[in-house]
Design a protein around this ligand. Structure first.
Ligand code: ADP
Length: 473
């Protein structure tokens, strides 16, 4: 289904949606291409002329209505996420809450878009800075958080006064359709939000080359992010990029081992390790590395793997066969390089159907030579690297390419503060495995991206300053 200028389009070519827990087709959706994207941009451009001038408070009320509708539909939204993405139902409920929280935050922020008055250098001048919405925003979202990545982009865009054309991931279009049903029901004016599902490259080409698009916001892989940035350069669009990560998780000798193990379980196995802030490398002080490995393996063995709709499941499938095979290849490479599997290490065959599962895995004695040390895993595999000094672990933890999230466990405040400064990452959790909140800036440094989402920082991405100098003679 496409949603353009307030109308649902159901005729046209179709694309299947697959449940990764069963490998079976669960739905089929109408897709569009370059023409439909162009049409959506034209309508968004027209709608921008009025939407930007509506008082922020009123835009906020529209968003608040969407919040109300999404709350009413929260169970069906969560079920949709689990069916197309695979994550356990309780995690899908968490994602729905987070998606709504972002909408609610920006519904409130819409009435707080202030400009500045500057002190003039001459008595006969008055200087002002207006903060204005940038214009039509094209948004491209991934499959790992099929709902919250959408509201995290659309909510600040609409609050700021921008209009939007969204392309969700082809693996997970159903959550996008559900949220657009809420936009429709909330009576958001025609053309303000538009949805185009379909071939990524074709839609992306129109979004990056169309001069009416003034902002491109993307969450996905670094490789595609770079390509989109290059393509968007021709029309000098403002871009925000939330790209790949390779998070280190550092456990110092004085840390509470059980708390650190719990932290790894959360940051490594949630979403089957398929988030850009998932732990990728666990650095543990040499003196406790054996004990840490033992306890992590024990806890990992207790995780229940299965279809996310079943009660008590902790780890669902990965998104598709390709993802499963990539994980298997990384584990094979780690074993070849003398890694020792403490837990898991195999593709998991479900009792029913043919879903794509990989066992939650712990690998001891990981080394820098392994692929897993530098390549993003996007799977439930936890490699443990021993370290002997703070200097050594800082050197190793800072990744050449990525800089999204890093975690550090220690009871020594001095050490914690030194790590806070030394870690070259956009997000640092010290004794905190969940450093993500709506009011904070989410985003990376280096090739993990540019721009932020969340809080007042997220709003800036959809606005630009206009300086006005008024002579008073
Ligand atoms: P992943 O490998 O995790 O799927 P991608 O970066 O390929 O990450 O996908 C993230 C989003 O980018 C999805 O919506 C996908 O359809 C979209 N995408 C992929 N390739 C392109 C492209 N060439 N142009 C525009 N969007 C793309």
């Amino acid at each position: 289904m496409l949603y353009i200028n307030g109308e649902w389009i159901t005729d046209g070519n179709k694309m299947d949606v697959i449940n990764p827990a069963t490998g079976k087709v669960i739905d089929s959706v109408t897709i569009g291409g370059r023409e439909e994207t162009k049409e959506a941009i034209t309508h968004a451009t027209e709608a921008f002329k009025t939407w930007k001038n509506i008082p922020g408070a009123k835009r906020g009320r529209y968003l608040a209505t969407v919040v109300k509708l999404m709350r009413e539909k929260r169970e069906i939204l969560a079920e949709t996420i689990t069916r197309e993405n695979g994550k356990p139902f309780s995690d899908a409920r968490g994602e729905v809450r987070s998606a709504i929280d972002y909408l609610e935050w920006y519904a409130e922020e819409a009435k707080r878009l202030y400009g500045d008055t500057l002190p003039a250098s001459q008595v006969d001048k008055h200087l002002m800075v207006l903060r204005e919405p940038i214009g039509v925003s094209a948004a491209i979202t991934p499959w790992n958080f099929p709902l919250s990545m959408i509201t995290r982009k659309i909510a600040p865009a609409l609050a700021a006064g921008c209009t939007v054309v969204l392309k969700p991931a082809s693996q997970t279009p159903l959550s996008a359709i559900k949220v657009f049903e809420c936009f429709h029901e909330a009576g958001i004016p025609k053309g303000v939000v538009n949805l185009v599902i379909g071939p990524a490259e074709e839609i992306g080409k129109e979004m990056t080359s169309n001069p009416d698009v003034r902002k491109l916001t993307f969450t996905g892989s670094t490789a595609i992010g770079k390509k989109l940035m290059r393509d968007a350069a021709d029309t000098v669009k403002k871009v925000s990029m939330e790209l790949g990560g390779h998070a280190p998780f550092i456990v110092f000798e004085d840390a509470d081992i059980d708390e650190a193990v719990t932290g790894v379980l959360l940051t490594k196995f949630k979403n089957s390790g398929q988030t850009c802030i998932s732990t990728n490398r666990i650095y543990v002080a040499e003196s406790i590395v054996e004990e840490f490995g033992k306890r992590l393996a024990q806890k990992t063995a207790e995780l229940r793997i299965g279809n996310g709709m079943e009660d008590g499941v902790d780890v669902g499938p990965v998104i598709n066969k390709g993802a499963m095979e990539k994980i298997a290849a990384q584990v094979e490479d780690a074993v070849k390089n003398n890694g020792k599997i403490l837990q898991g290490g195999n593709i998991h065959k479900p009792e029913e159907g043919s879903g794509y599962f990989y066992e939650p895995t712990v690998i001891q004695y990981a080394t820098e030579e392994m692929q897993i040390a530098t390549e993003e895993t996007f799977g439930p595999v936890a490699p443990i690297f021993p370290f002997s000094s703070e200097e050594e672990v800082i050197e190793k933890a800072n990744h050449k390419q990525y800089g999204l999230a890093a975690y550090c466990y220690t009871k020594d405040m001095g050490c914690g503060l030194r790590m806070m400064k030394a870690l070259e990452y956009g997000i640092v959790g010290i004794n905190d495995p969940a450093p993500i909140v709506i009011q904070a800036p989410f985003g990376g440094v280096k090739e993990s991206g540019i721009g932020k989402e969340g809080g007042k920082y997220g709003l800036e991405e959809y606005m630009e300053e206009k300086f006005v100098s008024i002579g008073m003679k």
